[in-house]
Design a protein around this ligand. Structure first.
Ligand code: SF4
Length: 424
């Protein structure tokens, strides 16, 4: 199905309504570090980002956010800035006075479900007054408890979590809303967005969709997961804006995301690995994700590239089959992109964890940048490495913290011990 959406403005950027698909990203700087955040915003705007999100934990960050935005405008850069807010409706309301768009998460907007309607009404009033858009950003790993009880941790649950909020937007005549349903599992992400597009059509809703595969990791695996999920939906006419989420510098997210556009299967012969990822996802990801392409009948390798050996291409194909959840032949890594809440070198840590655990086929390991959102967003990881801050780490088995306060320089080895002790 091709999804029709209405236009939502974030600052001057038109999202949906047939406007060009926009690429966005998120700063990984501390929002309180105004100079670093400003420099990163300028670099990202130059790289081609059309919208930038900043983590906005509380009143101090709202103030810093306003300064960053003002300094960008002073330099003639009018890129819209989005405040990413979790666990605090009052922070969302403060941010709505200074941001072009505010992201809220139904999984943590308000602990008290009976207050959601009243809080949203208040937020809509502020947004109307300040011409601020909203994103209702549902994550597979942090669904509201009543949704989990009724629908489980499923694509249906993600869709229902969004529809509950969208119904309130519709009833209160607040149209300035973009919606996202993200998962690190590409099949769930694709199913959830298709379901939402269908349900919205049935319900007479046409809110624009923001696409993303969350916590997809880094390097080729992270790129393949993001590309497989996002490109599959874009090819179906679903999606108005997207973020490639990588545990790398946000500039890399933009550089790689630009390769997705224009949305057409006609791609010239790849000359780099990144181009191969995109062209392979255009050609193969929809069928592999849906199971309409029987991967067992494909020749190996089933992609071509003049710069790679046959062995390298077979390795690439195995990564693509894992990204589309056809077959698991390697460990599965879930790692967040990092943001202003991250207080350690996440990229380097991911590299270390991968190196130490590369032999653990089929094991799902999460590496998350903060203790506030990390545990909730680890989805179905079997083990988790979560930064506490102050050089300490908590290790998880499933959703349960099993070792707290581990010094960071010992944490990778302790994680490996934990996993191996469970596998004996
Ligand atoms: S889990 Fe990662 S991206 Fe999400 S808030 Fe924490 S540090 Fe930021």
């Amino acid at each position: 199905m091709t999804m029709k959406s209405h236009t939502v403005y974030a600052g001057k950027l038109a999202i949906g309504g047939g406007h060009p698909i926009s690429i966005q990203t998120m700063c990984n700087t501390d929002t309180l570090d105004v100079d670093a955040s400003l420099a990163q915003c300028l670099a990202l705007a130059l790289e081609g980002a059309r919208m930038i999100r900043l983590t906005t934990q509380g009143p101090q960050q709202v103030k810093a956010f306003a300064v960053i935005r003002e300094k960008l405008r002073d330099r003639g850069v009018d890129i819209p800035l989005v405040a990413d807010v979790h666990f605090s409706a009052s922070t969302a309301m403060q941010a709505a006075r200074v941001a072009d768009k505010v992201r809220i998460n139904p999984g943590n907007f308000s602990r008290d479900r009976s207050r959601v309607k009243a809080l949203l009404a208040e937020l809509f009033t502020i947004c109307h007054r300040h011409h601020t858009a909203l994103r209702i950003g549902v994550n597979h790993g942090s669904l509201p408890s009543h949704i989990l009880e009724t629908y489980g941790n499923s694509a249906e649950g993600m869709c229902q979590a969004a529809l509950e909020y969208l119904a309130i937007c519709k009833a209160m005549d607040f149209p300035h809303v973009v919606v996202s349903l993200k998962s690190s599992n590409t099949r769930i992400m694709v199913q959830a967005n298709r379901l939402l597009a269908q349900r919205m059509e049935t319900l007479g809703m046409d809110y624009p969709l923001h696409l993303g595969v969350t916590e997809s990791g880094n390097d080729r695996q992270g790129r393949l997961k993001s590309a497989a999920g996002i490109i599959t939906l874009l090819q179906e006419g679903i999606g108005d804006t997207f973020r490639v989420s990588l545990t790398e510098a946000p500039e890399e997210e933009i550089r790689f995301g630009k390769l997705f556009l224009p949305v057409t299967e006609e791609r010239s012969h790849p000359a780099s690995w990144d181009e191969l990822i995109v062209s392979a996802c255009y050609q193969w990801a929809p069928g592999l994700l849906d199971g309409t392409t029987d991967w067992k009948t494909l020749p190996m390798p089933f992609v071509e590239a003049p710069f790679a050996t046959k062995e390298e291409l077979i390795d690439f194909c195995m990564d693509l089959l894992q990204a589309t959840r056809c077959i698991i032949t390697r460990p599965e890594y879930i790692s967040c992109p990092g943001c202003g809440r991250t207080k350690f070198d996440l990229e380097e840590t991911v590299r270390q964890v991968k190196k130490a655990t590369s032999h653990l086929k089929g094991c799902t390991i999460a590496i998350m940048g903060c203790i506030v959102n990390g545990p909730g967003e680890m989805a179905d990881a079997q083990y988790g490495y979560v930064g506490e801050g102050n050089g300490k780490v908590t290790l998880y088995k499933g959703k349960t913290p099993v070792m707290r306060g581990i010094p960071q320089d010992q944490a990778v080895a302790r994680l490996l011990q934990l996993i191996e002790s469970q596998q004996k």
